[in-house]
Structures are given as C-alpha cells and as structure tokens.
Design a protein around this ligand. Structure first.
Ligand code: BDR
Ligand code: CA
Length: 308
C-alpha cells in the first residue's frame, strides 16, 4: 500500500479524499491547515473523520493563518460554517497531537526518506513552513501531489483567475512551487472537467455504507451552494488529487511546464501563471494533470464510500 502524508483543511471534498486514502492506501498522518474554515474547525473535522473511519491516524494542527496576508475570504459559504455542513457532530474522542504540522512533516519525511507520497489538499502554509525549516525535505519525499491553481485562469475565488487553495496563501504556494523539483498539479479546471453526473453520485449514496451516509450529511450545504450557482454534477477537487496520488497511472493526459504564483496583481493575486509556450526559460516544476481515467476515478470513490 502506498504510504501517504496528507496536508488538508477539511472541508467536504477533503473528507472524501481522506476516506479514499484510508480505503486504498496507508495514511501516515493528517497535517491540518486553516483554509475552508478556521483551524479549530478543520482540526476538529479531521478528528471526527478519523474517528468515523475507525483509524488511529495522527492529526497534527498546523498554521492558523497564511504566512503573510490575511485572506479576504474563506469557504464557509460552500462547506458550512464549521466546514462539515453544520451537521452538529458530537466532540470526537480522537485527540489531536501536540506536535505542530510543519514539524511533523519534517520528522515523518526523515523517518521514511524516499517513501512518502505527500498530498496537499489545502492552502500550502504548513508545507511552506516545513521546507523553510528544512530545505532538504523535498529531496526526501517520493512524490508531491497538489490540489491547487487554475491553469488557464478559470479560478473559483473573488480574484477571478485564482483558485481557493493558492489564493488563500499565495506566498506559501510560491515557496512550495520554488522548493520542489517537480510536483503533480491537479487544478480547479481539471476538477470541473471530471465532474460526475448527479445520478452517479445518487447511486453511490444509495448503495454505500455508513461512510456514504456520513458524506451525504456533510455535503448538504455545498450541494445547495452548487445548485444555486448552477454548478452541475458532482465536483470533488480534493478527491481527484487523491486519485492521482493513489494511482499515478490514472493520468491519461498531462503537460509539464513551469508554473509560478502571482503575488501582487490587483485582479490576479494568487493566480497560477503557466509558461505554456516555454518562453521564459523557467525550470519545469509541474506536471499539470489534464485528464484522468474517469471510470477508475469513480471506482476509487465508490470503494471509499463502501458501495456494494
Ligand atoms: C479547493 O478549495 C477548497 O474549498 C476545496 O477543499 C479544495 O481543496 C478547491 O478550489
Ligand atoms: Ca481542501
């Protein structure tokens, strides 16, 4: 089983990705960032999820805010005020670790050099801090898969070309994009292209186990948001990144390019700028995932929801 280290800000689609990871891989730890909602909620949601799964995965709280600037928005309007659809779950018994997420990233990659696939599903604050603490970290991981960016400018935040994870902490994304020799980038646009028909989602929920029932509960607020904004189909950004992390062979089309993060821009702060035409001579740092095997992606989700 692939050993994974997951940095996350749960979040509804983070939850699905984490369910997939526990079903199909070995999860070393969850390091938790602020993003979709505040850190107190994202940590609690991670603990709730680990408890539901019946695992013993360590949950490490990380940075409560971005490296430099306070973000203009979070994503509570999509994921619910508590990040999990405001269902009102009881306080989970699974306790958080005392070790900070960034320190855990440094330690765990030292303990298993060359073995871990790192999957980043939220703003990159913890990971940026970890590579500043230990610049040799990128050399110790097997792979890095990032959910983030909008590679032709079709973002999902107030700054039109920016995607949420990168737009929330552009400086952190800049640090990470510069520090890692190569990473797989699963952007928002790929996510939209890989939506499932609503009927497919309904079928999963109807024939899944308690994990499916749990997911259906936390998805309510996001589902209403999507309907109101004419987002059709079942879109799960972090689940797509997780599928790529679990099965590199699922990718059927990708392009390798230099990708940088806009840190200033009046309208474009947080945009991912791709040198599509290879004109600037920058080091190619990202394998941009354009297309995956949709049927296999669906199987990985169905397996995680206990669909029979
Ligand atoms: C990303 O932003 C978050 O709201 C989701 O969890 C996902 O990681 C999509 O832009
Ligand atoms: Ca996320």
């Amino acid at each position: 089983k692939t050993p994974l280290l997951i940095d996350t800000d749960p979040g509804v689609d983070d939850a699905l990705a984490i369910l997939m990871a526990h079903r199909h891989a070995e999860v070393t730890a969850l390091t938790v960032a602020a993003g979709n909602v505040g850190l107190d909620h994202t940590v609690r949601n991670a603990r709730t999820l680990v408890e539901l799964i019946g695992a013993n995965t360590p949950v490490h709280p990380g940075c409560p805010s971005p490296l430099v600037r306070q973000p203009e928005e979070d994503a509570a309007f999509v994921h619910g005020m508590d990040g999990f659809g405001d269902v009102g779950f009881a306080e989970p018994a699974h306790a958080a670790e005392t070790e900070h997420a960034a320190l855990a990233l440094v330690r765990l990659t030292r303990e298993r050099p060359g073995e871990l696939t790192l999957v980043a599903l939220g703003p990159l604050t913890n990971l940026a801090l970890a590579v500043r603490l230990d610049p040799t970290l990128p050399a110790r991981i097997k792979r890095l898969v990032i959910m983030g960016g909008a590679v032709t400018g079709h973002g999902n935040t107030g700054k039109l070309p920016a995607e949420f994870n990168i737009g929330f902490d552009p400086e952190a994304a800049h640090v990470v994009f510069e520090a890692f020799p190569m990473f797989d980038l699963v952007d928002w646009e790929a996510t939209v292209r890989h939506a499932f028909a609503d009927e497919v989602y309904e079928r999963w929920v109807a024939s899944g186990d308690r994990r499916a029932a749990f997911f259906e509960k936390i998805f309510g607020t996001a589902r209403r948001f999507n309907a109101k904004h004419e987002r059709t189909g079942f879109i799960a950004a972090d689940a797509l990144a997780m599928a790529v992390a679990l099965e590199p062979g699922i990718v059927v089309r990708e392009e390798t390019r230099h990708v940088a993060v806009e840190l200033d821009g009046r309208l474009t702060r947080g945009a991912t700028v791709v040198d599509w035409q290879r004109r600037l001579g920058g080091r190619p740092n990202a394998r941009i995932v354009l297309e995956v095997d949709q049927d296999r992606f669906g199987e990985l989700i169905a397996g995680a929801l206990g669909v029979s």
